[in-house]
Each structure stands twice: as C-alpha cells, then as structure tokens.
Design a protein around this ligand. Sequence first.
Ligand code: NAP
Length: 286
Amino acid sequence: MKTYGLLGKDISYSLSPAMHNAAFKALNVEAEYKIFDKAEEELDSFFTSLREGEVAGCNVTIPYKEKALDYVEKKDNVVESIGSLNTVVKRGGILEGHNTDHDGFVNALTGKENGDLNFDPNGKNVFVFGAGGAAKAVLFTLLGWTPKCVKKIVIADIDTQKAERLADYVSERLEGDTVISVAERSQYEDFISNSDLLVNATPCGMKETDPPLFDYKNGIRESLYVFDLIYVKDTPLVKGARASGAKAINGLNMLLYQAAASFKIWTKVNAPIEIMRKALLKQTKD
Ligand code: NAP
C-alpha cells in the first residue's frame, strides 16, 4: 500500500483526501491519501520519510509551498518561474517539485466543461485581487502558459506595497509586452470597468463577515468574466457577478484539475476526473 497526502498546517478542512482516495479506489490502485498536518520543525523528518520511501508523494499547501523548494533536487519550469510548488514525487532517488495549480487555473479558465470559464485570454485586460502565492501562480499562468497572452494585468492587494513587489517580481521575468500595474483602493472600480476578466486570489468572501472587495451590485457589467479561486462555496462576488448577468465560476474546477494533474504525476495514469468531481461535490454538499 502506497501512501500519499497533503502537507500543510491546520488543513483538516481539506477536500483532497476525498478526491484522491475515490480515484485510487476507482482504478484499483493500492494507495491511500492522508493529511500531513505538520509544524515547521517537523518538515525535515517529513521530507526524510519521502526520501526513504515511507511516503510515495505529496501535495503541499499553505504555508509550505515556498519552503518545500529547499527539499527538492529538481523543479519543473513552472516551479522555477513561480517560486512555489504544490506537488512532490520521488523519481530515480531524487525529489521532484511540480506546480499543478498552474494546470488547474489554466484548464478551468479556458476549458469548456461544466464549471469552466471558457475565457479566451488573447489581448485581454485582467484585474487580479491578491498578491499571495495563488495570485503569483495566476499571473505567471496568464503571462506565460495560456495558449495566448493577455494585454494588461492590474494587481490589487489590501497591502499595496505587497502588490507592487509582486508586480516588480513579475515584470523582471516578463518576456512579452504585457503591461503590469497596481491599483490603489480608490482606483478599483475604474480599472474593473476596463477589464475583461476579474480574478479573486484572496480569501475574501470565505466568511460571511468579510466586507466586499468592491461594489458588486454596480461595479460588474454583463461582459465581465469572474473567476473566484475560493472553492468551498459560491462567494458573494460570484453570486453578485451572476446577478449582473456576468459569467462567474468558483475555484472548484481549478482544485479538481490540479488534483488530477498531481495524480498523473504520481501514478503516470490519467486521473478519473468525473469520479473525483463526484467525491468533491459530495464533500462540499455535506
Ligand atoms: P495568501 O498567500 O494568504 O494570499 C492572499 C493575499 O490576499 C494576501 O496578500 C492578503 O493580504 C490579500 N488579501 C486578503 N484580503 C484582501 C482583501 N480584502 N483585499 C485585497 N487583498 C486581500 O493566500 P493564497 O495561498 O494566495 O490563497 C488565496 C485564495 O486562493 C485562498 O482563498 C485559497 O483557498 C484560494 N486557492 C484556491 C485554489 C484552487 O485550487 N481553487 C488554489 C490555491 C489557492 P494579507 O496577507 O495582508 O492578509
């Protein structure tokens, strides 16, 4: 029996075990997926257990997506650019780091399945809320790995300096001629009215008490596409966008597709997406 799992801290809420265990069962793979809820001082011993084969592979989430880089010998191109990973596998005696959040985002953004946004990024203006790890994956995906490139990206974070640091980080690595800028709070509505796609890569909207990011009632026009990375529910942003006639999705398909890509990295077998989707939906309804 092989053991896989999710490494992170305070992650008992995770929906990943349900998806992966359903996939292993459906394909008769003798494996289980567990939660590895670890304190930072336990990371050394955790990665030793990966090296020694007690754990066959893992996903990595908050707050270790960047720290985990210190433990892998090989990084895929996405990990090299983004500077964070969410999947580790041992191959030929060495630990490899991959980032499948990128696969999850691009597939849900451009895909045509139920719950995908079916958005064509070519030449479009994008507004991104958040300057954390998920926003970084979103930005690099929009700039480098979508089939076609965006024209302009505006970043907004509650901490404007953090948004500026991310804009600088991305601009330094930019090869195309996409314009990157930062919005202050007073500019949100103006920038959003000129955007084609709005992405929420902050946790804002998870709690009932969260104040809105901006005025959803008057600030969203019908032609705007909205992608909220929060996957536990349809947030007030998603609901507000739909009420305005805009197309909006939550982060469920992104979560599903990143899990499927990790599954394939570990097992070299295509993931049974519909089985995983069913397991995921069951968890979100329970
Ligand atoms: P993170 O590293 O904590 O980054 C979130 C950023 O948003 C932080 O800079 C935070 O600022 C900022 N922020 C918080 N509230 C804000 C507000 N009201 N207005 C503007 N900025 C605000 O978190 P993350 O790892 O990037 O994750 C962000 C979200 O994406 C989470 O909800 C996570 O669940 C989701 N996510 C979904 C998937 C998926 O597969 N669907 C994958 C990855 C992440 P402070 O640090 O000052 O609070």
